[in-house]
Design a protein around this ligand. Structure first.
Ligand code: ATP
Length: 415
């Protein structure tokens, strides 16, 4: 099959010219270039995807260097991996030397040697991601599909390329479900059976790699579908026995996405994911996924704040009281609790803190207080705190209100 006509319609003109130019330069070096992976899959499906991955039969770094010399692209080369990134103003292009991979043991990173396009395609995760399109002048647009990816696209199937695929690299278990849910496909029968059988192989995968796959899931339009399905298949408990993919998660993820100004959406999903965890459970998960210090703080804060919510479930709390109850928590943890809380009042208070109270500042600063005769040190600290509270509670609004209050406070403190 030839995709020349489709690609001409599909890619914006400047990208098309660029990949053709790269292919022309490759030919001069005696190399061949192919578009591979997600972009070919999405081209056949008619979905936009301008994340272009190119595979080079030859030396990708050498080719990228040549291209960078004749354009305004910034080059980022990894000689050891035979890969290069060309960064243009609004997009990037990834070039990789075609490679052959072997796995010394399950879960290990593969041993890599240069190879042919066919070698490069068979190392891939699923048939629908293992297609390429030639960019060479003599067979431009020709689809290379040794694993019947196009047929699987037509039958809406996610299929691994060989029976050891999941045990070689169990991150593919998470990837399979991600694509299945994104595309509304099904796992092909043998793939489904091997996936379930190889769930224990997730134990061979490092925390960083599992976390990275979860982060990719959280970039999907509706990650809750992926999480739910991972739960049904029995994948989640292998990562943590406390993880659930139930209706609660689905509802809260959906709410998180609908926020007008969501605070760091992927972190918010992580905080919601552990909302029903015990303290013990969360520590296990943080270690298992090697979660960063910042996100760990947010996830721990989520549970700490959850236990304190009853303090907020009182009528007519002053804004300053809300502020001092909440100021020690990460905003994303507060947001997670606002989404999770069943009490409309608590929800309102948490939102008030997030949207207003946390930004309230006094108009007077230390220097101005000094000019009013208040000396630096504990006295000034006290005055600033009282001014801040008064501002939060609407007792002062203008700078001159603050000045008056500061002066009367300093007189009182002097006595
Ligand atoms: P999309 O999420 O739309 O597929 P993408 O194609 O850029 O985006 P990546 O996760 O960046 O997806 O992976 C690029 C390609 O690398 C995939 O199409 C797949 O063929 C291959 N790949 C990625 N991870 C693995 C893996 N664990 N095992 C085998 N192949 C993989």
């Amino acid at each position: 099959m030839n995709l020349a006509r489709q690609i001409e319609q599909y890619l914006p003109r400047h990208l098309l010219e660029l990949v053709k130019d790269i292919s022309g330069q490759a030919a001069k070096l005696g190399q061949r270039v192919y578009l591979v992976g997600g972009v070919v899959r999405d081209l056949l499906l008619g979905y936009p995807n301008y994340d272009l991955d190119l595979v080079v039969e030859g030396d990708a770094v050498k080719l990228a260097q040549k291209v960078a010399e004749t354009s305004q692209a910034k080059l980022l080369a990894h000689h050891r991996f035979g890969t290069a990134k060309l960064r243009y103003e609004n997009f990037t292009l990834d070039l990789a030397t075609a490679r052959k991979e072997t796995y010394a043991k399950p879960g290990a990173l593969p041993t890599v040697t240069p190879g042919t396009l066919k070698d490069d395609l068979i190392r891939r995760d699923f048939s629908i991601n293992a297609m390429a399109m030639s960019l060479a002048a003599n067979d431009y647009g020709e689809l290379v599909d040794p694993h019947q990816g196009k047929n699987d696209l037509e039958h809406r199937l996610i299929r691994i390329l060989h029976p050891k695929s999941f045990s070689d690299d169990a991150t593919r278990i998470l990837r399979a479900v991600r694509y299945e849910q994104r595309l509304g496909f099904e796992l092909e029968a043998q793939t489904a059976q091997l996936l379930k059988q190889d769930i224990p192989m997730l134990d061979t995968i490092s925390g960083d790699r599992i976390r990275h796959e979860l982060e990719l899931i959280f970039k999907e339009k509706q990650p809750e579908f992926v999480i739910k399905r991972l739960g049904e298949l029995g994948v989640l408990p292998r990562i943590s026995p406390f993880l659930k993919g139930d209706g609660w998660i689905a509802e809260k993820f959906d709410k998180a996405r609908r926020l007008k100004k969501p605070v760091q959406l992927p972190s918010l999903y992580f905080c919601l994911l552990i909302y029903s965890f015990s303290e013990n459970g969360i520590e296990q998960l943080l270690t298992r996924l090697n979660i960063s210090a910042k996100l760990s703080r947010a996830m721990r804060d989520t549970l700490r704040l959850k236990t304190k919510l009853p303090l907020l479930d009182k009528p007519s709390l002053k804004p300053s009281e809300i502020y001092y109850l909440l100021r020690e928590y990460e905003p994303v943890a507060i947001q997670a609790n606002a989404i999770a809380s069943e009490s409309p009042r608590v929800h309102r208070y948490l939102q008030l803190f997030l949207t207003k109270l946390r930004y309230v500042r006094t108009s007077l600063d230390g220097e101005e207080l000094k000019r009013l005769g208040i000396s630096a040190g504990p006295e000034m600290g006290k005055v600033l705190q009282i001014l801040h509270k008064a501002k939060l509670d609407g007792e002062v609004s203008t700078k001159s209100d603050e000045k008056k209050l500061a002066l009367s406070l300093s007189l009182k403190l002097e006595r």
